[in-house]
Design a protein around this ligand. Sequence first.
Ligand SMILES: Cc1c2[nH]c(c1CCC(=O)O)Cc1[nH]c(c(CCC(=O)O)c1C)Cc1[nH]c(c(CCC(=O)O)c1C)Cc1[nH]c(c(C)c1CCC(=O)O)C2
Length: 367
Amino acid sequence: MSSSTEPLGAPRQPTLGADTRRDLSDAPFLLAARGRRPLRLPVWFMRQAGRSLPEYRRLRAGVDMLGACFDADLLTEITLQPVRRHGVDAAILFSDIVVPLRAAGVDVEISSGVGPVVRSPVRTRSDVDQLPELHTEQVDPVAGGVRALVGALGDTPLIGFAGAPFTLASYLVEGGPSKNHERTKALMHADPELWHRLMDKLAVMAVTFLRAQLAAGADAVQLFDSWAGALSERDYRRFVLPHSSKVFAGIADAGVPGIHFGVGTGELLPAMRQAGADVVGVDWRVPLDDAARRMSPGGEDPPVVQGNLDPALLLASWPVVEDEVRRIVEEGRAAAGHVFNLGHGVLPDADPTVLTRIVELVHGLRP
Ligand SMILES: Cc1c2[nH]c(c1CCC(=O)O)Cc1[nH]c(c(CCC(=O)O)c1C)Cc1[nH]c(c(CCC(=O)O)c1C)Cc1[nH]c(c(C)c1CCC(=O)O)C2
């Protein structure tokens, strides 16, 4: 049986570490992710581990990005750096969305200042058929890092993650970062059968990668569909939603919160929630009260949201940042739960002391 027809979460996948996972049921991040109101509003930052931190740049000197992602000691230390420095309510695993592709044998590099570059783009039926399957043991260094992290993090939850099938497909089909995703969109419309075959393989890969992290003890997961906002809602529902739904279904037995995030997804928020997410990430374009209304127009079953400070504003003055943080916290009360975050990742030029101040401010506000 080929991998694309095998049921997701088949027995050869590892069990999900329910016996070893820490009991962090009082952790503010996990409470908020489950739609409860913790005493303290939780906050973490996408890309909190990375180039805004001088201690990160020192550790990474002379080590290439993907090399660091396969070094259990290094990825553990890099993941811990922002937790120590900022006092955030969650750690996010230091890794990358292309790690499972590289682990499976795809020739992909991360080029500094550019992003992932795929040597042989995937465009034909034979390219799709040759895309290798990911075997759990190929990401053993990542699992080793996760095990070390859950030992080192104390009461702080660890968020594991994977790239969603569409965002990974875009890198594979375009061969690198893309503004218009034109080859990807052309492929999905010109050959839907081939498109779904590719997406199916990427969904299986994401499930394998996430299950390895969950089996090692990750407390929550985030599915990054960073570029899904490039699609119309109609195309998203037809070409993407079924596959992202398979990813959430493939890890549902872990019983941990799942976050679903993309940029520019204001029109897609209800569909992204429907994929099976417990928490929906909102960038800076839509205020959180509006986002909650879009996902629950009648007010029944309100969503849990994460976001939505514009990362560019970290470079503005503190009074600007403070006003924005207060507004976002206020608007977040319209949702069932709010995990404070940026609307996208920390930019390399952000001043890390501003991030620490944001954590202190958020923690001092009424949730
Ligand atoms: C689209 C995407 C990628 N990778 C990721 C996404 C989804 C999130 C998003 O939308 O930003 C996910 C990712 N990549 C990285 C993390 C680490 C965890 C964290 O959030 O702190 C996470 C969650 C580390 C990284 N991933 C990367 C860096 C920078 C590389 C470096 O430090 O040398 C880091 C810290 C490289 C990378 N990898 C990718 C890009 C676009 C880049 C930036 C390229 C550049 O500007 O140099 C692909």
